[in-house]
Design a protein around this ligand. Structure first.
Ligand SMILES: Cc1ncc(COP(=O)(O)O)c(C=O)c1O
Length: 444
């Protein structure tokens, strides 16, 4: 490492980084360039980024087309207010592109700067909707244990991971958690003859009945849980969830901040099970990380309730950067690239290759489970295969050994996640498996 880099790392100590702890930031990687799936560090190392940044850089690093579109748009108009009464062309064009693109009947988009704001907007929009429908007591949100929905106060406590709550309580009222449909280690109760999907869906019905259907506004779920350990649900789960939401008048919010834009092998992931949400949250890959952007899409039914609102019932929600002109222009071009390069199909084909490759590592005594959907995979590390004993310490060892071999994955509890750019090629997929295998071999 050069003295200059060391100097910057010293100065970096003044910055407060996300999810900060002095131990985890003692020796940060300083990244100065990205090309395709590769990251170049200031110390000369080259790393295969098998996490696509934070699950978001779908088109890979260094796309000149996106740089150009950002430059051109900034030159003409980087930003205007998008508050009611003003708009700009890129935000109109991107909202138009998104209309019906993810799901039929979701035609109306509110833009945000990222995923937390998107989910917070989804919760507020659910509350707004029920007030407009004359049911103001419906405000609670049911979420799942292990879910990650962001870090605003609302989304922090919709998140079902304790460590995100510990230093930020007390929790606001109205967030309820139920077990997630984890086929490998389901932590709810299974009744005789019940599948995991049925049991986890029953938990939703029971939670709604326990809380009172007249108090529950929405159920939020990631189609494939990401930060909670890459949990792919059984195929009977979401169709049952949809039925239960309909039965009790509970809005279904799909948090597709990770799963959106081709990642799982469909443009949006609830399509795998023929299910449609009432509200969709998206972010991350809409710009492949080239600009900050997220948003929600709402059903035509929700949109219709807004059109007849009294003056005193305006939707007083939105952000300075909602509909940011440059970000929207980048988003539009990014979707064009993903369509041109046929990403859902790439994710299906290369995802199968990656999953097969990772499964070939199952012979290691500490590999408990390997799972995935499209190009998002998880390898769960255990100390005892039969007892499925989670082993986060061993997970960190494998993670570090892989990093020493130039492979960036992400340790999530006792699962290593892999979510590479969808622009990855066959050789690079094989390289992920080869480097992870060598890391595991090194540990023995
Ligand atoms: C499923 C899910 N929802 C929401 C978020 C929050 O998005 P952001 O970090 O852009 O606020 C994330 C971030 O990882 C996520 O994975």
């Amino acid at each position: 490492m050069t003295n200059q880099t060391q100097n910057w790392i010293e100065k970096d100590r003044k910055q407060l980084h996300p999810v900060y702890h002095p131990k985890t930031h003692a020796n940060p990687m300083v990244i100065e360039k990205g090309e395709g799936v590769w990251l170049h560090l200031t110390d000369g190392r080259k790393i295969l980024d098998a996490m696509a940044g934070l699950w978001n850089v779908n088109v890979g690093y260094g796309r000149e087309e996106l740089a150009k579109v950002a430059y051109d748009q900034m030159k003409d108009l980087a930003f205007t207010s998008n508050f009611s009464g003003m708009t700009n062309l890129p935000s109109i064009q991107l909202a138009e592109k998104m209309a019906g693109f993810a799901y039929e009947g979701l035609n109306s988009t509110l833009f945000t700067s990222g995923g937390s704001e998107a989910n917070d907007s989804a919760f507020k929009t659910a509350r707004y909707y029920w007030k407009r429908k004359g049911k103001p007591t419906k405000y609670k949100v049911v979420a799942r244990k292990g879910a990650y929905h962001g870090v605003t106060i609302g989304t922090t406590f919709a998140t079902g991971l304790e460590k995100y709550h510990t230093m930020f309580g007390p929790a606001p009222e109205g967030y309820v958690h139920i077990p997630a449909p984890n086929p490998y280690r389901y932590d709810g109760k299974l009744k005789d003859g019940e599948t995991v999907g049925q049991a986890a869906a029953r938990e939703l019905e029971e939670a709604i009945l326990r809380e009172g259907a007249d108090t529950v506004a929405a159920f939020i779920a990631e189609p494939v849980m990401g930060v909670g350990g890459v949990i792919v649900p059984p195929s009977d789960y979401f169709p049952l969830v949809r039925q239960i939401c309909d039965k009790y008048e509970v809005l279904l919010i799909a948090d597709e901040v990770i799963t959106g834009f081709g990642r799982t092998g469909e443009w949006f992931a609830l399509k795998h099970w023929n299910v449609k949400p009432d509200i969709l949250s998206f972010a991350k890959a809409i710009t492949s990380g080239y600009a900050q952007l997220g948003g929600i899409q709402i059903s035509d039914e929700i949109r219709d309730t807004m059109e007849s609102a009294a003056d005193t019932e305006a939707y007083m929600h939105g952000y300075t950067y909602s509909g940011h002109a440059m970000s929207c222009a980048v988003g539009l071009k990014n979707i064009e690239i993903m369509e041109r390069e046929n990403y859902p199909q790439r994710a299906r084909e290369l995802g199968k290759r990656l999953l097969d490759g990772l499964k070939s590592l199952s012979e290691f005594p500490f590999v408990g489970d390997v799972r995935g959907l499209g190009l998002v995979c998880g390898v769960e590390i255990v100390s005892d295969k039969a007892a499925k004993t989670a082993d986060p310490a061993m997970t960190m060892r494998v993670f570090k050994a892989a990093e020493e071999r130039g492979l960036r994955s992400r340790p999530l509890g006792n699962t290593l996640a892999f979510s590479p750019p969808l622009s990855i090629n066959e050789e690079e997929v094989d390289e992920i498996v080869k480097r992870l295998g060598a890391a595991m071999d090194g540990i023995g």
